[in-house]
Design a binder for this molecule. Structure first.
Ligand code: BMA
Length: 327
């Protein structure tokens, strides 16, 4: 099926080889493979850190590497980052949904992921240089919180982390926090709120991939959830954060820009879900590849252009933090 021509629907093109990775590709019997973090290594290799759910229901993270980011994936023979409930009780029900950001200042990748604890999902962090050895910082944000990613460099001396706590207002919104040392987080601030009523993102929102730096600001892809009679629909929207102060939202899309359409997105363990946790940028600096979990079952790839997303946002964006749906 080709993309229909409405502007929002043409911002991302699905890879014809989708789904790129499924449970059948794994060296062991697993239930599902989805919601991968993504990064392009220095040698150009695309590394996906895939959430792999076993047949108990517990997830671990496995690296899959490909030279072109599309096929010939080399999958680690065992979990790359497995839950360690004996040492880290917060991981007793698994580790999920990683986001990966390169931190030039310390020469390491920071992986923020969901630790599924007996008191709910929370945000854990690990550092690595090579995706083989990991320094686990363990829990950095208490339950219930998830969908977190760092910004790649400090802002006014502090690291920033986008995250998604569940608060008392009956919806879930995107927040930002600061830290001097990656371990202690404070100065929490609401960044983008779920809309209300019939909107596509009225039920919950959360960060999708880490932020994408552009000349005009930080592009923030986020998932929006709409509760329907047959379950939750997970779609993708976009906002633009101020380059000089990423705690300020400049614009937010009115329409969603990517949503479940193909059979592998509409049918699976959780129907009607597209859930990207990682992107890579092409050599031209404009192509953006988003890797996403489809229906909590398999992994897809969709490709867009940063310049087109920004142009589209100019005509479909609600601007300014004074606008009520943003905060
Ligand atoms: C979210 C997360 C994701 C999952 C999505 C749809 O809350 O748990 O891991 O893909 O729900 O089930």
């Amino acid at each position: 099926m080709t993309d229909s021509r409405s502007p929002a629907n043409s911002l991302f093109t699905r890879n014809p080889r989708n789904p790129l990775l499924t449970a059948a590709d794994w060296p062991h019997t697993v239930n599902a493979v989805f919601n991968p973090g993504a990064v392009r290594l220095k040698d150009g290799t695309t590394l996906l850190l895939c959430r792999v759910e076993d047949r108990r229901g517990i997830s671990s993270l496995w690296a899959a590497r490909s030279s072109n980011g599309v096929d010939k994936w080399e999958i680690d023979p065992k979990p790359t980052l497995a839950p360690e409930p004996d040492k880290n009780p917060e991981e007793v029900w698994g580790v999920e949904d990683p986001r990966i950001v390169w931190l030039e200042e310390i020469g390491k990748y920071a992986i923020t992921y969901t630790a599924y604890s007996q008191t709910g999902p929370a945000v854990s962090m690990a550092l690595t240089e090579d995706f083989r050895a990991f320094e686990r910082l363990r829990l950095v944000l208490a339950p219930e919180d998830k969908d977190a990613a760092l910004l790649p460099r400090r802002y006014r001396g502090c690291w920033l982390m986008i995250h998604r706590p569940v608060t008392g207002r009956g919806a879930a919104d995107i927040w930002v926090a600061e830290s001097p040392d990656l371990r202690h987080w404070g100065k929490h601030q609401l960044l983008l709120a779920a809309r209300r009523g019939a909107w596509w993102d009225a039920s919950k929102i959360g960060l999708a991939t880490p932020l994408i730096e552009t000349e005009r600001g930080w592009l923030m892809l986020y998932h929006g959830v709409r509760a329907t009679a047959s379950g939750s629909l997970y779609r993708l929207g976009v906002a633009l954060l101020d380059l000089a102060d990423p705690r300020q939202c400049l614009m937010r899309s009115d329409e969603w820009i990517f949503g479940p359409r193909e059979a592998y997105e509409r049918q699976g363990d959780v129907a009607g879900v597209v859930f990207p946790c990682g992107y890579t940028i092409g050599d031209d600096g404009d192509t953006v590849n988003i890797y996403y979990g489809a229906a909590d079952t398999c992994i897809g790839l969709a490709t867009g252009r940063i310049s087109e997303i920004l142009n589209w946002l100019d005509t479909h964006g609600e601007g300014g933090s004074e606008h009520s749906p943003i905060i």
